[in-house]
Design a protein around this ligand. Structure first.
Ligand SMILES: C[S@@+](CC[C@H](N)C(=O)[O-])C[C@H]1O[C@@H](n2cnc3c(N)ncnc32)[C@H](O)[C@@H]1O
Length: 259
């Protein structure tokens, strides 16, 4: 929990340097408020931890002091925006500077995008209230967070977003629901990765859907670097015995990198 809150606070601090250890009283106040307001859910902590495991197993080395472009595709209400921006913002080495994450959250549904914007703003407000002494006014090295509504299968493209991303993240992909549509979404994701270095990260709610997604991605030329079940996956609140949050995470490249 402490590295998680530390990472989030560093993200909202918006400076190039990682923060020193969070004072216990600030960490405790943040935890209480974030849990009470349901902004910090146990599955987000599990996601934070499992991201490190799977990306590490896939050989991903976080840079230091770089810009990282991140597209959160089909993001829905995007509970994870601050978590992802904070995770990829961490420096790759103990002495390195933080990365500046350009985060774009995209979903088909405008209402979900509005929820995502409100959730992110509410999370930021908690950090501004409770971690104020640690946050600076100088935001020159800070990350940027944008949400927009668009259809990944036929982009309207009215927003200026990068053509290629370092990271594309699809949380709880939904190929079970509509295979042809998700084939197009996966194809768009693979085509929008930076060649060689870009990584697609997907998570799934249930085993069968994960396997179908991986097969679909392979058939599109994606190469699965690693896929791992999440040992701390939290069951869905509804009665779905075989489904749980981020039950599997896979890391994928556009094509097999030549060594
Ligand atoms: C299972 S939900 C997952 C939402 C979110 N990532 C999460 O983990 O809560 C799948 C999402 O895909 C979005 N979606 C479906 N088709 C899409 C498309 N063509 N372009 C963009 N988003 C799409 C839906 O609106 C929905 O929010």
């Amino acid at each position: 929990m402490s590295s998680f809150l530390q990472g989030l606070t560093s993200h909202f601090a918006g400076t190039g340097a990682p923060l020193d250890a969070l004072p216990d009283e600030i960490a405790e106040a943040l935890k209480q408020e974030l849990v009470a307001s349901k902004l910090l859910r146990p599955e987000l902590l599990a996601l934070w931890n499992h991201l490190g495991t799977t990306l590490g197993a896939a050989g991903y080395v976080r840079p230091s002091g770089e810009a990282v472009s991140l597209l959160n595709l089909a993001c829905g209400p995007c509970f994870e925006a601050a978590v992802l921006a904070a995770w990829f913002g961490q420096p790759g080495s103990l002495t390195g500077a933080r990365n500046r994450v350009r985060f774009f959250g995209m979903d088909l549904r405008g209402q979900e995008i509005e929820k995502a914007e409100r959730r992110y703003a509410a999370t930021e407000a908690v950090f501004q209230k409770l971690a104020a002494p640690l946050l600076t006014e100088t935001d020159t090295r800070g990350s940027s967070i944008e949400f927009f509504a668009d259809d990944a299968t036929r982009l309207v493209g009215y927003r200026e977003i990068p053509q290629e991303f370092d990271i594309i993240f699809i949380r709880h992909q939904n190929v079970w629901n509509d295979r042809p549509a998700w084939r197009k979404i996966f194809a768009f994701a693979l085509a929008s990765l930076k060649p060689e270095t870009g990584r697609l990260v997907i998570t799934s709610y249930f085993d069968r859907e994960h396997l179908i997604a991986l097969d679909t991605i392979r058939s599109l030329g994606g190469h699965i670097l690693t896929t791992a079940p999440n040992p701390n996956s939290i069951p869905l609140p509804q009665d779905h015995p075989d489904k749980s949050c981020d039950r599997h995470i896979a890391v994928i490249t556009q094509k097999l990198a030549l060594s």
